[in-house]
Ligand binder design. Structure first.
Ligand code: WQD
Length: 327
């Protein structure tokens, strides 16, 4: 009864692995370490390899008696996906399909998938429910939408049951400061703000201050990585109880602006965050935050942590680990 976690040495993956193990679950991590860190997996069994390597996946499933999977392994840089789409089709879509093929051959049919709210593109209505149209605006987002469809078809043809979790903006670090985000692989707002606040990066560019929002900056749904990890734990339980294939938005339902993040960092860190005003960034929705009704009713999931806790844990992690996992 082991859970195989692909990408379990990555940011959200490592937090999910820790929660599963704290609950007494057996876990094995498969990670290429392209962007993951062996240290993030702590003492969890780690197999270094690629999800598309069918022979390796089969061997891991046999050796560890794998019965369910959480699939994080993917390339996730939106900008890069538009510069090098082939890299994203190959790894995120074809790699995932090969991964599922190998799992099915090993008899594994319970699958939790790391999807993204970016499958909705710019939502016409907020809060965003699962009924919103799928309308990706980047190659990265398209690979997430395509993989969800691949999983649904494997449900029709092979009895795979899956939960696709459409993340909003994951941020923060573990509550005990043992693991956190590697800011060298992230251009996301919160690590960027932290780095600038610590004088380790140029001032934060505020992408647009003329939006029709209370303070003129764009609004997002920031969700603590521990809350997000818990949604994966509950998804495995849902599938173990016979739950059917489903896609769920995973966000707090609370929208916070760019300036909310900057000001919370200044208040909590006791610093001034150097900023510079910049034009709007192409493709950015003015506002997007989740309607958590379905994830709450399906999994019994509710977020525990506020934006302040996100900033507090992120600040503590980055200020004590300025070089991430590098010693
Ligand atoms: C957040 C806000 C920017 C950087 C991300 C992932 C996406 C999905 C959802 C998982 C925006 C502003 C940012 C900066 C800024 N998650 N910003 N200056 O674009 O909402 O999407 O979460 O799959 O994959 O990319 O996240 O952190 O880039 O931006 O003003 O230097 O902060 O304009 O309003 P985004 P982000």
């Amino acid at each position: 009864m082991t859970v195989l976690v692909s990408g379990g040495a990555g940011y959200i993956g490592s937090h999910t692995v820790r929660q599963l193990r704290s609950l007494g679950r057996n876990v094995v991590v498969l990670d290429s370490l392209d962007t993951g860190h062996a240290q993030a997996a702590l003492d969890t069994p780690l197999v270094i390899g690629n999800i598309a390597d069918a022979e390796l996946v089969n061997q891991v499933c046999g050796d560890h008696k794998v019965t369910s999977v959480v699939h994080f392994a993917a390339h996730k840089a939106v900008g890069e996906s538009m510069q090098n789409p082939a890299k994203y089709w190959r790894n995120n879509v074809d790699g995932s399909a090969r991964f599922v093929d190998a799992l099915l051959h090993a008899g594994v049919k319970q699958f939790v998938f790391s999807s993204s709210c970016s499958v909705y593109g710019t939502p016409a209505v907020v809060p965003v429910s699962e009924a919103a149209p799928i309308d990706p605006e980047s190659v990265y987002a398209e690979t997430k939408a395509m993989t969800e469809r691949v999983l649904r078809w494997y449900g029709v043809t092979s009895g795979l049951r899956s939960v696709s979790l459409r993340y909003f903006n994951a941020a923060g670090a573990s509550l005990d400061n043992a693991i956190g985000e590697d800011w060298t692989h992230s251009a996301n707002l919160i690590p960027v703000v932290m780095k600038a606040a610590m004088g380790m990066a140029p001032p934060v560019q505020i992408f647009g201050t003329d939006y029709p929002t209370p303070d003129g900056t764009a609004i997002r749904d920031y969700i603590h990585v521990e809350d997000l990890a818990n949604a994966h734990v509950l998804s495995l339980a849902y599938l173990a109880d016979g739950g059917d294939t489903i896609a769920l938005n995973v966000g707090t339902g609370v929208g916070s602006s760019v300036f909310d993040v900057v000001h919370a960092t200044e208040r909590i860190g006791g610093v001034t965050v150097p900023t510079t005003l910049a034009p709007r960034r192409a493709g950015d929705p003015v506002s997007t935050y989740s309607d958590p009704t379905l994830v709450r009713s399906t999994l019994g999931w509710t977020p525990e942590h506020s934006l302040d806790t996100i900033i507090e844990t992120a600040w503590r992690w980055h200020s004590t680990h300025p070089n991430g996992y590098a010693t």
